[in-house]
Design a protein around this ligand. Structure first.
Ligand code: ZN
Length: 250
């Protein structure tokens, strides 16, 4: 079956001397894996069009029962050069991509997920500060994946909990003062405000938010712990260690 779709390249792995296996998130087919045969050969028609974090128009063939599609043609729709020219920006784009791979596992397509991915890559490529884009982007991504962080109403009694900073990952978010117990976390008030803002505003508006030094790292840890409380197993982020090394060296 010959098919085509716009898609973001989330990961590329060298498969043999000359071929690549791509992880894509596509508008029409959701997450896909596709083999690009001979892509690394000089003069390949794929040459220069399969860079990671770029958007392509992908033509591919799919066979029933096979997990791996075969890419037959690719045209670059949005190049990823701005994301690949600065190592720090590249590391943030990698983290964004890893979140997408962790949270968008199934083959069901999601238009909001496809567009959110693009918004994140474009903002990172345009020089927006990395951490707010990642943190608000992940909050939105979790919501699309069915894991909304409840920051307004108590997750135990349902009453408004705007003054509270008690939190429980398993119950789904904020816990009011009367329901809070010993097993609950206490968040910095700024984190709760940031989550509320992220839920009500587009990514671009939230990307200019500032928190205290280390605040966004705390926020990222919170999002990660929340996601891990609701999915099977630990989430893997290889780019996080790279980012930490880079930021410690600055
Ligand atoms: Zn309550």
């Amino acid at each position: 079956m010959r098919l085509s779709t716009p898609a973001w390249i989330l990961r590329r792995i060298r498969f043999s001397e000359s071929s690549l296996i791509l992880t894509l998130y596509s508008l029409d087919y959701g997450r896909m894996s596709a083999m690009a045969k001979g892509a690394l050969r000089p003069g390949s028609p794929f040459s220069g069009s399969l860079e990671v974090f770029s958007a392509i128009e992908a033509c591919f063939s799919r066979r029933e029962g096979r997990e791996l599609d075969t890419l037959t043609e690719a045209c670059v729709a949005e190049p990823s050069a701005p994301l690949r020219s600065d190592p720090l920006v590249f590391a943030f784009a990698s983290l964004w991509s890893e979140w997408a791979m962790n949270m968008l596992q199934g083959g069901e397509p999601s238009q909001p997920a496809f567009h959110l991915l693009g918004d994140g890559f474009r903002l990172l490529g345009s020089g927006a500060p990395g951490w707010p884009v990642i943190c608000s982007g992940v909050e939105k991504l979790l919501r699309i994946a069915g894991l909304r962080l409840e920051a307004d109403d108590c997750t135990r009694c349902g009453r408004p909990a705007l003054e509270s900073t008690s939190w429980n990952h398993v119950s789904g978010g904020i816990v009011c003062a009367s329901c809070a117990g010993p097993g609950d976390l206490t968040l910095a008030p700024g984190l709760v405000l940031f989550l509320r803002r992220s839920q009500k505003a587009p990514l671009e508006a939230v990307s200019r938010t500032r928190l205290w030094k280390g605040g966004f790292r705390q926020c990222h840890d919170l999002l990660r712990d929340f996601a891990e409380a609701h999915v099977q197993g630990r989430l893997r982020f290889r780019s996080l260690a790279v980012l930490e090394d880079m930021q410690n060296a600055r």
